[in-house]
Write a protein that binds this ligand. Structure first.
Ligand code: SF4
Ligand code: SF4
Ligand code: SF4
Ligand code: FES
Length: 1023
């Protein structure tokens, strides 16, 4: 699929209802009549959904299936059982007789439309939103309206340009409230409202602030759902249409001409011209589906481009996200066209680098690899796959290591975050991935998060948690040492002492078992190891837990009772758990708790270690690991060895290779001579950065492959310029195990190549002619070698289609795991008797503060991409250190104060930000840093998880030296964190209906919908 040629019209609504945020379940199937024919519908669903499924054209300006009925526009008015009512606001009931085209219905629809467009200047031909998918424009065609009877009246408010990414034009705003609903109840940022009581209502940010001074997180939900051009991406303005870039005076004059023609000739000829102009845009506006390159949520969307200019990102059909994005996915793409992209291979020449041809660089790498292998053996080389590159590319990295070189020294960055979670799950339930999908999380009755700043690290997934809670469908309990956004929203926020999650998990599990609260049938039928597990937590009384974690025994007892009583429990966790010395044990302890309470294998339950990078799940799935090939098959497994022998013509080495953290130690000790690192800023993201530097300097030959000349590239001998994700095809696998295709949005920047072609170039020169012409051929090989990918093909993943592995040969996938059996030979799960491994770096006299670190919403990881996005860099310009109010008072620190943090491993200089998010002697430093010397990993040490070697990034102590200078607050005034949201239930359309000037176009009939709905509710439809 080159482009997605799908242009949404009102009747595409039914497609969009199959993805996106969960809506209330409908009741039983019933028959209803629509325009004289019988259709099956579902009791309680919005009538408009049934009409759309029947493919009957009906205007519906404010209705968006992923938002649900808003009922602000009245354009969907139809005759229902003889009376006029809104099709979106009326719930289906058995036997309903609906007529959409009676004179009364048509009159109501047209009158409603006429009222809303009196708020909107119809200048479609010169509008950047005239792209075939403008709902206001299309509805005019649906209703066949020729003249506006109520002329457009400007509202008297200025445009708001203060957000770096989008602008609001009140004069184009039809007050449909879609944006408000999206912000209040999908993104749940609660920034937007409409002042319905004002003489001239408009959309408000934080009750009336400029957008740039509000709590807006620039997620773009509002812009995406706006049915016209009132909210518009700035990247579209003056760029999207043939006439939209003309200078302002000419543009204004053009609008006047258009208006003049309308008076004499009516709207139709003007709409015809604008339709021709719109169709002409298809010649140069390309719409290509891709998958976000930032976090593991795996949002997918169409990217609209004109050559290399990104006009906009249009989400809607992605299984993980629907209409949702965060600021990075919606607006964070400037980095692709950044002026400092590498465009030629670089070869070290003494202390400098010189540009080289591809042939020279590939020849050099192949020659040096052969020499090193010849001289020191295959294990003198090591390979790091990128969790930002595709599955196919990660697969080729390990194929290169194992087939071309003959070593198992290959790994990926899940070593830095996810390996303990994968291991903990592999030990207990048999598969080291999320046990269900985002839909399961949305459907839990209780969501517990542990050590996860979900709203900033997995923003779109967090919206589903926030939405389910706001709509009263779930409760949220947050365990964290820092009061992040989800913590402030949680029904219960619990702050255990750092590194003690294992203890409360053990105590809660013990209480459940001791008090007969466990799910006995589930344990008896599906779980092994209860006695050993019970014994292993024998000492974990609530009193002990209280002493060790600081959480009261009473609170933990109540929580234990709650978990046992809940119908559906999901636990989400992240680096607060895994980046500790006991990351694997604690991850297994979470799984144990879910097992003893029967919370696996049914909708709304399960274990969710939230994956950080867009394809960190895929990099491991593809075998970029030192002991397993693709699909987590051990290199010692006989069948696996045979399959690879057949396919690759080599025998897999049986010994485990080096992991990421061992590689640089091996370099320092002289055993490792060469590395090839793809797309990882390893010198800043691995712990103990100063130690890493020593390792890199010890290598004889280092190859780095990236978009930019990164800090890690400084140590390289050869740097390959790689293509960005928008410039290539492939697949990514998100945190749900969901495999999704990405298509080439734009060709690789001149001089760069997709990673898979670079690996092929070196392999070729080393005598292995792989001969792939397209990534689909690599996927075919993956499917041949990997039982859990047996049925994965590019055809099955066409467009927005997805598959959650394991995928059987016939293409059947498994979004929800363990419905029948766990992934062990006997089908039973195994409770794991883990050990409590207390933190090693508790503060002491010399280093008296605990240092925590993590992500920030605006930035991704170390910030190599996001600092190149101008709008992001404006609002979040650099790292800082969060200091608690208590500590600030004690040491007389103010925000903006420069401090030096010193640990046993190094020092960094940062500005303080005094905040209530951290407590007492806790410090928090975002992991993104503009300057390499400020990166938090200059402070972290080399201690790690006992099982997986994942560095214990969260187990650190430092001291803080106060420096003389005080600068401006490191968080600029325009950062959303200073805003003041205005939570409300939604659009609050009742306030519109209460206006003295509001008249329902169907007469006194809005009550019709209400009375019908009451009838449906009385029938017990599930709402
Ligand atoms: S947070 Fe901002 S960008 Fe996101 S929906 Fe609300 S107002 Fe729009
Ligand atoms: S800005 Fe909001 S209320 Fe106005 S037209 Fe767009 S979505 Fe509707
Ligand atoms: S960064 Fe994550 S949440 Fe944001 S758009 Fe990309 S995939 Fe979605
Ligand atoms: S679509 Fe039904 S009221 Fe707007």
């Amino acid at each position: 699929m080159e482009q997605t040629d799908h242009l949404p019209t009102p009747n595409d609504a039914h497609i969009r209802s199959t993805v996106g945020p969960t809506r209330p379940a409908s009741g039983p199937a019933v028959d209803i009549q629509i325009d004289g024919a019988t259709f099956t519908a579902f009791t309680g669903e919005p009538l408009v959904d049934a009409i759309n499924r029947a493919k009957i054209e009906l205007a519906q300006v404010c209705y968006h299936p992923q938002l649900g009925p808003i009922q602000t526009c009245d354009t969907c008015s139809v005759e229902i059982d003889g009376q006029i009512g809104r099709a979106c606001g009326t719930k289906v009931a058995a036997g309903m007789v609906v007529r959409t085209q009676t004179n009364a219905a048509r009159a109501a629809q047209r009158d409603a439309y006429d009222r809303i467009v009196s708020n909107h200047d119809l200048y479609c031909t010169v509008c950047d939103n005239n792209n075939g998918n403008c709902t206001v424009h299309n509805t005019l065609g649906v209703l066949g309206i020729d003249h506006q009877t109520r002329p457009f009246q400007p509202k008297g408010y200025a445009k708001d340009d203060s957000n770096p990414f989008y602008r609001y034009d009140p004069d184009q705003c039809i007050l449909c409230g879609r944006c408000v609903e999206a912000c209040q109840n999908v993104q749940v940022n609660e920034t937007l409202s409409i002042n319905w009581e004002a003489e001239q209502p408009r959309v408000l940010w934080d009750g009336g602030k400029p957008i740039g001074e509000s709590s807006c997180v620039s997620c773009g939900h509002c812009v995406t759902v706006c049915p016209c051009n009132a909210l518009q991406e700035k990247s579209m303005l003056g760029q999207a249409g043939m006439f939209t870039g003309i200078p302002l005076p000419v543009w204004d004059a053009a609008i006047d001409v258009v208006k003049g023609v309308e008076i004499s000739a009516g709207l139709k000829p003007i709409m015809n011209i604008s339709d021709i102009e719109s169709a002409a845009r298809d010649r140069y506006v390309k719409k290509t589906k891709t998958v976000c390159t930032y976090c593991g949520v795996g949002c997918s969307f169409d990217v609209w481009t004109d050559e290399r200019h990104i006009l906009k990102v249009e989400p809607g059909l992605g299984h993980a996200n629907g209409i949702s994005t965060c600021v990075k996915g919606k607006f964070g793409w400037d980095y692709v066209n950044s002026g400092d992209r590498l465009t030629a291979p670089l070869i070290r020449d003494g202390d400098r680098f010189r540009e080289a041809s591809w042939d020279e660089a590939l020849d050099l790498v192949a020659r040096r690899f052969m020499e090193i292998r010849e001289q020191h053996g295959p294990d003198a080389l090591a390979f790091v796959a990128s969790s930002k590159a595709s599955n196919e590319e990660a697969f080729l990295v390990q194929k290169f290591a194992r087939q071309v070189i003959g070593t198992n020294n290959v790994d990926n960055c899940s070593r830095y975050c996810q390996s303990p979670a994968s291991k903990g799950l592999a030990l207990t339930v048999g598969i080291g991935g999320d046990s269900g999908t985002i839909r399961d999380i949305e459907n839990a009755s209780l969501i517990i998060t542990v050590g996860s700043n979900t709203a900033e690290s997995h923003p779109v997934l967090a919206t589903r948690v926030k939405r389910a809670q706001k709509l009263g469908r779930t409760k949220v309990v947050v365990f964290d040492i820092r009061e992040h956004e989800l913590a402030t929203r949680a029904d219960q926020f619990l702050r255990p002492k750092p590194g003690t999650d294992f203890v409360w998990l053990g105590a809660v599990s013990k209480f459940i078992l001791d008090n007969d609260l466990e799910d006995k049938a589930f344990l008896a039928g599906r779980v092994n190891g209860l006695d050993e597990f019970r014994e292993s937590i024998g000492d974990f009384t609530l009193d002990y837990a209280e002493r060790e974690t600081g959480l009261s025994a009473g609170v933990l007892e109540a929580l234990a009772r709650q978990i046992a009583a809940e119908e559906r429990v999901c636990v989400l966790w992240a680096m607060g758990v895994t980046q500790q010395c006991g990351g694997t044990d604690t991850s297994a302890a979470i799984s144990n708790l879910l097992l003893i309470t029967g919370n696996y294998g049914k909708l709304g339950t399960g274990a969710y270690p939230l994956r950080g990078h867009n394809n960190v799940q895929g990099a491991s799935d593809m075998g970029a690991m030192p002991d397993q090939v693709s699909g987590y098959q051990n290199v010692t497994d006989e069948l696996t060895v045979q399959r690879h022998q057949r396919e690759w013509g080599v025998t897999l080495r049986a010994q485990r290779g080096l992991d990421n953290t061992q590689m640089l130690d091996a370099a320092i000790h002289g055993q490792l001579k060469s590395m090839w690192i793809t797309g990882e800023e390893m010198s800043l993201t691995d712990a103990n950065a100063n130690h890493l530097q020593e390792g890199f300097e010890a290598l004889e030959f280092l190859v780095v492959q990236d978009l930019y000349f990164t800090n890690t590239a400084r140590y390289a001998d050869v740097v390959f310029p790689a293509a960005a994700s928008l410039e290539k095809e492939g697949t990514f696998t998100n945190t749900e195990r969901r495999i999704q295709r990405l298509y080439e949005v734009m060709p690789p920047l001149k001089g760069t190549r997709p990673d898979w072609q670079i690996y092929m170039g070196v392999a070729d020169r080393m005598g292995h002619r792989w001969g792939y012409t397209h990534p689909s051929e690599i996927m075919a090989e993956i499917a041949r070698l990997t039982p859990s990918f047996a049925g994965v093909t590019y055809e099955r993943l066409e467009g927005y289609n997805t598959l959650c592995w394991p995928v059987a040969e016939d293409g059947t996938d498994q979004p929800l795991l363990y419905t029948e059996r766990f992934n062990f030979p006997d089908g039973k799960a195994r409770l794991y008797a883990g050990k409590y491994r207390p933190r090693q770096q508790a503060p002491n006299e010399e280093f008296d503060l605990h240092l925590n670190s993590g992500r920030m919403l605006e930035h991704f990881h170390e910030g190599n991409m996001t600092f190149r996005v101008e709008g992001i860099a404006l609002t979040a310009p650099d790292a800082f250190v969060e200091v608690s109010q208590e500590l600030a008072a004690e040491r007389q620190i103010q925000s903006g104060q420069w401090v030096r943090l010193v640990s046993a491993h190094g020092a960094v200089r940062l500005q303080a930000l005094v905040t209530g998010r951290v407590n007492d002697n806790e410090l928090y430093v975002p992991m993104n840093a503009r300057k390499a010397q400020d990166a938090v990993n200059h402070l972290t040490g080399s201690q790690g998880d006992s099982v997986t070697n994942t560095p214990a990034y969260k187990d650190n102590r430092v001291r803080m030296e106060i420096l003389g200078e005080v600068g401006a607050n490191p968080l600029p005034a325009r950062n959303f964190r200073w805003g003041h949201p205005t939570p409300q239930t939604g659009v609050e359309v009742e306030r519109k209906w209460a206006r003295p000037d509001y008249v329902y176009p169907g007469g006194e009939l809005p009550m019709l919908g209400d009375s019908l709905n009451a009838r449906v509710d009385a029938l017990g439809a599930d709402d």
